[in-house]
Design a protein around this ligand. Structure first.
Ligand code: HEM
Ligand code: FES
Length: 488
């Protein structure tokens, strides 16, 4: 562990100034309201003429009062600690800040030029607005549309709405639960669905953490696609697919420990990966088009996954995918199999692990453990921070619980964003600029890294090995550098 040479920096006179600056000002009103069940807009909220407007965040249980026309909805969220995703930092480029306006649509400023273009291209209804582009002029009730990494990942497919169908080269990963049918046959349907959902949530995370799109769950199989939006290189997509597959295998130990205790079941996985062309687009009845990916490469992947049975392996990839990974992964068995319906035999390679520890992989696999206990982690983090530097407490205003949620969400999204750094970098720069405005200095970021590492040790114990610590430090350094505008 690193020493903490800079901890005393947080108790300088500057920080006492900061403390005053960030003490609750009383200028903005924040009130928690009981969460209400989602309901369709029934009656419009009357327009206020008084110069103040109410913004109600449906599902978040937060109501904000703001001066009309002075702040965008996204700024209102920040002022009232609503955990609002904003990957591009409010530039109108990423669409992650979008909201559904449930009431008071006429009480927002007109769509900006950028919004008009995006709305036309993506087929948004009039009630979809970008929070970074819309200012409340009167009362509104909104719901954040992008709340989880899965929502962010789906945005990749939305760009395809402009096309009738596009052929793209994607890396495809198919994972099947081995022996699950026997469990399904001997347990209550409710238990089967419960276990499947838990397992799929974990497996799906491995796909999302690597910038993949969860294409489908079919029975006990999950399919992930990497590179759907046509950005990035084939090599990146193959690495992402393999990192996701190895991440799934890494999760098995923890999953089986809890499943065997609760249900007496152990699962195993069969994973196949391939790279090839698919036609992607929206198919179906005009009133219900769904994202679809069609092509021979999909069938090949499923058959590669099934071939694990005959080869006696867990993770097989085709040679076309493997050639993008040479020297990066340790291989095991090699086999030539005749895939059903294919005239030519397919050479397959077993993937076992990375040759050198891959920092993104180490962070991803522990992120799931760390972010799985994010509220405990945030408790430990802020306790340590305020113990080490009591004056820092005053910097954070009076609602420290909301601040914990904000930090946890920011870190969560930053880790999810690692595999598409270019998209999240502008948002991090913007976050850093705001931090400069809060009075945060380079020295504070150093303290942050130390406290983070110490907190991770406290929460994860021996699991947070020196190798993993180094990987986290590299990632956090990347995030804090991006916040400070240092070139990557
Ligand atoms: C990886 C590094 C960090 C991340 C991801 C992060 C994230 C956040 C987020 C998401 C907010 C909410 C407000 C906003 O979006 O502007 C926030 C607020 C804040 N952060 Fe950070 N932060 C980091 C490091 C730091 C450090 C090193 C300090 C200084 C000790 C700091 C002090 C503050 C303060 C004073 C606020 C405003 C609190 C308030 O409005 O009550 N942050 N941070
Ligand atoms: S479009 Fe609003 S934050 Fe990116």
């Amino acid at each position: 562990m690193r020493s903490h040479p800079t901890l005393d920096l947080l108790s300088t006179t500057d920080d006492r100034d900061l403390g005053r600056r960030f003490a609750p000002s009383g200028q903005t009103q924040r009130m928690m309201v009981a969460s209400q069940p989602a309901s369709p807009p029934t009656r419009p909220i009357p327009t206020q003429t008084s110069g103040s407007a109410r913004v109600v965040y449906e599902d978040d249980g937060i109501e904000a009062t703001v001066e009309t026309g002075r702040a965008t909805l996204l700024e209102v969220s920040r002022m009232h600690k609503v955990p609002h995703v904003r990957e591009c930092g409010g530039r109108g480029r990423c669409t992650t800040c979008r909201v559904d306006v449930l009431d008071g649509l006429g009480n927002l400023t007109e769509r900006t030029e950028r919004e008009v273009k995006l709305a036309a291209a993506r087929g948004w209804g009039p009630n979809v607005r970008l929070a970074c582009q819309a200012c409340p002029l009167g009362d509104v009730r909104v719901r954040r549309s992008v709340r989880t990494p899965a929502d962010v990942s789906l945005l990749q497919t939305e760009t395809l709405k402009e096309d009738p169908g596009r052929e793209v080269e994607v890396a495809i990963l198919s994972c099947d639960l081995k022996g699950f049918t026997a469990f399904a046959d001997t347990h209550l349907p409710f238990d089967v669905v419960h276990v499947l959902n838990r397992v799929f949530a974990s497996l799906g995370d491995s796909i999302l953490l690597n910038n993949g799109v969860i294409y489908q769950y079919a029975g006990d199989q999950v399919i992930g696609l990497f590179g759907v939006d046509g950005t990035g290189t084939a090599q990146e997509h193959c690495m992402q697919a393999v990192r996701a597959g190895l991440g799934m295998i890494d999760l098995l130990g923890d999953l089986n420990a809890s499943l065997s205790g609760e249900f007496g079941v152990q699962i195993d996985l069969r994973i196949g990966a391939h790279i090839g062309k698919l036609v992607v687009g929206y198919l179906g009845h005009p009133s219900r088009r769904v994202f679809s990916a069609i092509g021979d490469a999909m069938n090949v992947t499923c058959r590669v996954e099934a071939a694990n049975k005959e080869v006696g392996t867990r993770f097989l990839v085709t040679r076309s995918l493997f050639r993008h990974l040479v020297a990066k992964v340790e291989t095991g068995r090699r086999a030539v199999v005749h895939l059903k319906g294919k005239r030519n035999p397919h050479p397959l390679v077993e993937v076992r692990r990375f040759v050198h520890p891959d920092a993104d992989f180490l962070v991803q696999t522990t992120a799931q453990a760390l972010l799985g206990v994010q509220s405990r982690f945030a408790d430990v983090f802020y306790r340590r921070l305020f113990e080490a530097a009591p004056p820092a407490r005053a910097m954070f205003g009076d609602d420290i619980e909301a601040q914990k949620k904000m930090l946890a969400q920011a870190l969560h999204l930053a880790v999810y964003g690692l595999s598409r750094y270019e998209q999240v970098a502008p948002g991090l720069l913007d976050l850093g600029r705001r931090h400069t405005g809060y009075g945060v200095t380079a020295a504070h970021y150093e303290v942050f890294l130390d406290i983070f590492v110490a907190s991770a040790h406290e929460v994860l114990g021996a699991r947070f090995t020196p190798e993993i610590e180094q990987a986290w430090l590299a990632v956090l350094r990347r995030i804090t550098d991006a916040m400070q505008g240092k070139a990557d």
